[in-house]
Design a protein around this ligand. Structure first.
Ligand code: JFZ
Length: 324
């Protein structure tokens, strides 16, 4: 297990990508411009309305090679992409649901293209996967405003089978996956036992995969950073903050976005400066953590220009100051 962590400990720096159907409204709904990847929940969009984004997801400008090269040039060693966020949309061709990328005008597999580009540039491809799912009929609980979706006949154990089928696809069709980055574990239906079981399931499919602490219950953020007790997960995930000190003997990763949203929001111009981002990378690395820096690509498939500029600036600094 120490062995399998080695590449990740050496890596220090990775790219987080939030990209999915929520990129289509680009943060805006009914005149409110403050939304991100939570838009279906926070703007209370009915399922049938949200489903219509399927026909509008057409990233004709997507070029996996460009994305991975920008990460590589910034000095990043791995890439974590949202294969399925809380909205339940699957960014790959899956046999488990129609709610997937093949039913968009794009009709291609972005994960396959990213896997090829990661192989080419020597980055580790990693997958974000949300346990919470606002689309699947067997996922519980419903959002409290969703009176149009009955819970009658819903069976959470069937949802677990569904997750495992999806994870089997993700872990058998794209070669070696570096990290499984779980999220959305905080609702009452998720338990410590289910978390341990899912951890073991993923490990059986790829023995050397690294799994974050959000697979287990009650391990969100800093809570999971101590290794005492019976917890599943290989590293902790404080968010939007760098802890005051490191945690000797504990692996952790700080994830952070460049503006105020994880997914693309055309109105969000609250960009951190390149200098600020470089300082945060240095501070995180100096405390023994990894830095996972986020970009929210547009529905057309491109990185926002301010993100491109910041990645470039970080790369310039890295080319002078990093060891490899
Ligand atoms: C989660 C998601 O809900 C969010 O949309 C985004 O993907 C982010 C990276 O992860 O949000 C969280 C999860 C955990 C904490 C905070 C926000 N936490 O542990 O403090």
């Amino acid at each position: 297990d120490q062995q399998k962590m080695q590449w990740w400990r050496d890596a220090r720096f990775g790219l987080f990508i939030h990209w999915g159907l929520y990129s289509v409204p680009a943060g805006e709904w009914n005149g409110n411009t403050s939304y991100g990847e939570w838009i279906r929940s926070t703007a209370q969009i009915p399922l049938a309305t949200y489903d219509k984004f399927l026909s509008q997801f057409n990233p004709t400008q997507f070029n996996a090679d460009d994305w991975v090269r920008m990460a590589k040039d910034a000095g990043m060693k791995y890439l974590v992409i949202t294969t399925k966020h809380h909205d339940g949309f699957a960014l790959w061709p899956t046999a488990t649901t129609d709610f997937n990328v093949m039913n968009t005008p794009f009709k291609k597999d972005p994960l396959k293209e990213l896997a090829d580009a990661c192989n080419k540039y020597g980055l580790q491809l990693c997958f974000y996967y949300s346990i919470m799912d606002w689309h699947h009929p067997d996922y519980l609980p419903r959002r409290d405003w969703e009176s149009d979706r009955s819970t009658e006949g819903a069976d959470f154990s069937r949802y677990i089978t569904y997750m495992k089928e999806q994870l089997k696809e993700l872990l058998t069709n794209y070669g070696k996956i570096g990290v499984l980055w779980f999220d959305g574990e905080w609702e009452d239906t998720w338990t410590h036992e289910l978390g341990k079981d899912l951890y073991n399931y993923v490990k059986n499919l790829q023995p050397d995969i690294i799994i974050n602490n959000r697979v287990d219950k009650g391990r969100a953020g800093m809570a999971g950073l101590t290794r005492t007790g019976d917890f599943a997960g290989d590293f902790g995930t404080p968010e939007q903050e760098i802890p005051a000190t490191g945690f000797p003997g504990v692996d952790w990763e700080s994830c952070m976005t460049m503006n105020s949203n994880w997914s693309y929001n055309s109105h969000d111009q609250n960009w951190k400066s390149s200098e600020d981002l470089i300082h945060k990378l240095i501070e995180t690395a100096s405390k023994g953590g990894n830095y996972l820096l986020n970009v929210g690509p547009t529905a057309a498939g491109v990185f926002p220009q301010p993100s491109i500029e910041r990645l470039r600036d970080i790369g310039s600094w890295m080319s002078v100051n990093s060891a490899s």
